[in-house]
Design a protein around this ligand. Structure first.
Ligand SMILES: C[S@@+](CC[C@H](N)C(=O)[O-])C[C@H]1O[C@@H](n2cnc3c(N)ncnc32)[C@H](O)[C@@H]1O
Ligand SMILES: Nc1nc2[nH]cc(C(=O)O)c2c(=O)[nH]1
Ligand code: SF4
Ligand SMILES: [Mg+2]
Length: 241
């Protein structure tokens, strides 16, 4: 059984290595981190605990079909930290058997062997502003397993959220430590609960420009991509999009 909080889509992937790709989302409950600025804190802070459902992989597929019909061939699994779920490999197999590509978002704190079956694996280690501390030996271990399977340059990416100068220095450090892994920096959303979309988006566009400026000025950040959260620019903090 998989603890599921949301199944939604089709929408577009708003972040990272497959930004813009039409996709469905499955959001699992539970996280081993507590990022100060988490935009999905309801997955771990107890505020949505009545909404958590224990679903079989067949149930998940059924709900994806109900929501998406024939209009999808890509599913993104996010959370929370879906890497906490040892049995997610069964869902990934079922999605593949039904002609879907599978993406997954995780922070790089836990390895699962089924990572090697993910088509678009985003590993998003957390910068200082999150209040979390990166276990670099764990991250080394994860990225060396990916490398052993020859999946570094094709199916994997690193994505670091940046709010401030210290976060940017952290992002430079991560990119320099794993220079062969496709690298993304993402604008941080400082107010993931506000419903004042106009102010939010105009601030985020300013922050995006500032992040572009930082990347442009850094010799350590040449082979990188800089992105906003596209879905937030379109829909603000709305859930289920
Ligand atoms: C909600 S997390 C779930 C997956 C996993 N726990 C992780 O953090 O990678 C999905 C992505 O959203 C990013 N994210 C969370 N809160 C954010 C915020 N306030 N601004 C920008 N990105 C954020 C995370 O860094 C991660 O890349
Ligand atoms: N459209 C859309 N794109 C996303 N990319 C990563 C998301 C996430 O919350 O993990 C997300 C999300 O919630 N919605
Ligand atoms: S690791 Fe991801 S889900 Fe967990 S608290 Fe941080 S941003 Fe939120
Ligand atoms: Mg999100």
């Amino acid at each position: 059984m998989i603890p599921v909080l949301e199944i939604f889509g089709p929408t577009i992937q708003g972040e990272g290595m497959v930004v813009g790709r039409k996709t469905m989302f499955v959001r699992t409950a539970g996280c081993d981190y507590r990022c100060t600025w988490c935009d999905s804190a309801f997955t771990w802070d107890g505020s949505a605990k009545e909404d958590i459902r224990q679903l079989s992989v067949e149930d998940v597929w059924h709900e994806l079909k109900q929501a998406g019909g024939e209009n999808f061939d890509h599913v993104t699994i996010s959370g929370g930290n879906p890497a906490l779920l040892r049995h997610l490999g069964d869902l990934i197999d079922l999605l593949h058997n039904n002609g879907c590509q599978v993406a997954l978002e995780t922070q790089g704190s836990v390895w699962q062997d089924w990572f090697l079956n993910i088509d678009d694996l985003t590993i998003s280690p957390k910068p200082p502003s999150s209040g979390m501390e990166t276990d670099f030996s764990k991250l080394d271990d994860i990225l060396s397993k990916v490398e052993e399977a020859d999946r570094t340059t094709t199916h994997t990416s690193l994505k670091v959220v940046v709010f401030d100068k210290a976060d940017f220095a952290y992002a430079e450090h991560v990119h320099q430590r794993y220079p062969q892994v496709p690298f993304y920096v993402q604008v941080g959303n400082p107010d993931p609960l506000t419903d004042e979309q106009t102010n939010l988006v105009s601030g985020l566009l300013d922050d995006y420009e500032a992040l572009v400026d930082r990347v442009v000025a850094s010799s350590a950040m040449n082979n990188v991509r800089v992105l906003p959260q596209l879905h937030v620019l379109i829909w603000g903090n709305k859930r289920g999009v």
